[in-house]
Design a protein around this ligand. Structure first.
Ligand SMILES: [Fe+2]
Length: 265
């Protein structure tokens, strides 16, 4: 099973640049084109939040137009830049999305790996939080089939990375989430977005990783008093490959066209 993950495209209204700097819409389209050209093709594409930049209907209209190019089944969750109501309205044809409340759901039908979407966003806020309802939903759902290989996706990571302006808006309640996750060794991976960087860390007995943005990268400044900044580093996406005898292996793939192929491995 091949699971592609794109994150934080921050789509803007047609003809508008992201932070007056980059064409995030074209950058998302480029990532999708590269994913569509993968061989073998992915069984599912995950989009881990911040689909748009300001939660506006005109941005979602542009996002839906760009995302219509995705050939594989698409599974989306909101991020802190999304507006839950506008997100719901834009993706109302996505039947797997719950009709109200947090956008938590489980998808068991894309392959052997169960996809669990955990909505840790707090409407109107930039940080995330796992609350009691979220934890009890997660625990009950995992417990219903505890041995099924599982990937959990959530927007804000529940771990600090040492960059002050990222950690200010992390997902609170990570210790309580860890207590649930640690009970289910079949959780192969927790995948996040939000930080616009590719990171890996051990979390509650599993591996947690964050995806780069398809647009700009947030500066890696792991020191106190760091000023927030972004760079136009090579954008990218993640490709998670499940094999029953090997588990889940994650590739980080830059978006772009590069010299090659050359006749050596
Ligand atoms: Fe973002």
């Amino acid at each position: 099973m091949w699971i592609a993950q794109i994150s934080d495209p921050h789509v803007r209204p047609r003809g508008t640049l992201y932070h007056d700097t980059v064409d995030s819409n074209a950058m998302l389209a480029a990532a999708i084109a590269q994913i569509n050209a993968l061989a073998p093709p992915p069984d599912v594409v995950l989009l881990t939040g911040d689909i748009v930049d300001e939660g506006e209907a005109s941005e979602y209209a542009a996002a839906r137009e760009i995302l219509s190019a995705v050939r594989a089944p698409l599974r989306v969750i909101p991020g802190n830049h999304d507006n839950r109501a506008a997100f719901r309205a834009a993706f109302q044809d996505h039947a797997y999305l719950p009709a109200d409340g947090p956008v938590n759901y489980v998808d068991q039908g894309c392959g052997p790996v169960r996809i669990v979407a955990l909505d840790v966003t707090v409407p109107g806020m930039h940080h995330g939080e796992v609350d009691d309802a979220c934890l009890s939903w997660l625990d009950g759902m995992l417990g219903s089939d505890p041995d099924r290989p599982t990937l959990i996706m959530m927007h804000q990571p529940p771990v600090a990375c040492g960059v002050p302006y990222l950690d200010k808006y992390w997902c609170r309640g990570g210790d309580r989430l860890a207590a649930v996750v640690a009970r289910y060794p079949a959780i192969e991976r927790i995948v996040c977005g939000h930080v616009h960087r590719h990171m890996h860390v051990r979390f509650a007995g599993t591996l947690l990783c964050t995806a780069p943005s398809t647009a700009t990268a947030i500066a890696l400044r792991p020191y106190p008093a760091a000023e927030p900044a972004s760079f136009l580093e090579p954008p990218g996406f993640l490709l998670h490959h499940w094999k029953a005898d090997a588990g889940l292996l994650t590739h980080g793939i830059p978006v772009g066209s590069f010299p090659g192929p050359f006749p050596f491995a």
